[in-house]
Ligand binder design. Structure first.
Ligand SMILES: *Cc1c(COP(=O)(O)O)cnc(C)c1O
Length: 398
């Protein structure tokens, strides 16, 4: 048999080397703390699970769901957006539930990108924006996110010959992996840019509720004219600790949503209905859990930043999201430093280059580690500098 070129051309698994080292260390019985995984460790709140269990017992939910989602769920999403962002959405035309945001983020490329079309993709970014572009036989054009530009793309720097073939612009704030945030002014400028250049915008906003120090992000959909040229992907994964249930949504421009709906009706047969009822409970029920979870993440954030500073690593304190984006010490590449941390002190972090070329010089640490493991991981991290010093003196005791 012969695997397609499409699959053969997928980039190699970047963490293969690190994964092998983790497996080796674990086999030797060594203790490892993993700051690499962005997946909430706190369970889904009980009322949401109760609703799921109840719905699972109803035979009406044992049959094929509708591809476009239960009307009650689309309504609940519209009401949530109205309450949270004061945005009006038509639940029939401007809302589409997804099997997790990732599913829709991948598939929407196939609604816009034909052979040789271009998608403007931030670098570093969530890898699905560029992979979906490539698999749809288009090309990503990377927009560097740097500390100097506050991790906001410089849209005016995109050359005209690129814009000629560009169909989509990807944005993601609060940002994974950099932890950066964007204000309404930036979103307004992005919409104006997209209109000038006949582009559609896909904004990915799953961290809008994971925020600290009282910060409340705006939705991209609040930008002037956003609904005429763009959509926003959102998810229940990070807001309600529901990554395992696979449910998210996309809202906004009706033409874009209709194209995705048409594509999806040929691929999947909707989201299991019991999970849709759980999502209705999450969006419509009491929202106190969000504050409670954010308090936990904020405490972890402060602990991680303190230890990073103590060992001489620079990192900005994020206002939102689940990650710390820290600079690696001079003399290391991202992968070298991540490997060094693992070998020397048994701590796993993600090298910034996993998210693109401009992630070089950074590592990402996730805040989704249970408190006890976090404390252990931080004490391991604190030992890194001492183990370095011993090495410099020519005696490596570790
Ligand atoms: C976690 C994450 C998603 C995926 O959300 P799901 O709904 O679980 O698929 C999408 N985009 C970004 C930037 C993420 O970090």
């Amino acid at each position: 048999m012969r695997i397609s070129r499409r699959i053969e051309s997928l980039p190699p698994y970047l963490f293969a080397q690190i994964s092998r080292k983790i497996a080796e260390k674990k086999a030797k019985g060594e203790d490892i703390v993993n700051f690499g995984i962005g997946d909430p460790d706190i369970p889904t709140p009980p009322p949401i699970i109760d609703r799921l269990c109840k719905a699972a017992k109803d035979p009406a939910n044992h049959r094929y769901p509708e591809s476009e989602g239960l009307p009650e769920l689309r309504q609940a999403i519209a009401v949530w957006y109205k309450k949270r962002f004061d945005i009006d959405l038509d639940p029939d035309k401007e809302v589409l539930p997804l099997i997790g945001a990732k599913e829709g983020i991948f598939h929407i490329a196939f609604c816009f990108i034909d052979y040789r079309d271009v998608a403007l993709v931030p670098d570093p970014s969530y890898p699905v924006y560029s992979i979906s572009t490539t698999l749809a036989s288009g090309s990503p054009y990377y927009l560097p996110l740097t500390e100097e530009n506050n991790f906001l793309p410089d849209l005016d720097a995109v050359p005209a010959y690129i814009l000629k073939n560009a169909k989509l612009l990807w944005l993601n704030y609060p940002n994974n992996p950099t932890g950066a945030v964007a204000d309404l002014d930036f979103f307004n400028r992005a919409v104006a840019f997209a209109r000038r250049n006949n582009l559609a915008i896909c904004h990915d906003g799953p961290y809008s509720e994971v925020t600290f120090d009282g910060y409340k992000p705006d939705s991209f959909m609040q930008a002037e004219g956003a609904k005429e040229i763009g959509v926003e992907f959102h998810s229940l994964s990070k807001t309600y600790n529901m990554t395992g249930w696979r449910i998210g949504m996309v809202v906004g421009n009706a033409v874009m949503i209709d194209a995705l709906k048409r594509l999806k009706s040929n691929i999947d047969s909707g989201i299991p209905q019991a999970i849709q009822y759980a999502a209705i409970e999450a969006l419509s029920g009491p929202q106190d859990c969000i504050q409670e979870h954010n308090a936990i993440y904020q405490r972890r954030r402060d602990l991680v930043i303190e230890v990073l500073n103590n060992i001489g690593l620079k990192a900005q304190t994020p206002k939102a999201g689940l990650y710390i984006w820290a600079k690696v010490p001079k003399g290391y590449s991202s992968v070298e430093f991540a490997t060094d941390l693992l070998e020397r002190v048994g701590v796993v972090v993600t090298p910034g280059t996993g998210y693109g070329k401009n992630g070089e010089g950074y590592i990402r640490l996730s805040l989704t580690i249970p408190d006890a493991a976090l404390v252990k991981g931080l004490s391991k991290l604190s030992n890194w500098r001492d183990s370095r010093r011993r090495l410099k003196q020519g005696v490596d005791f570790t």
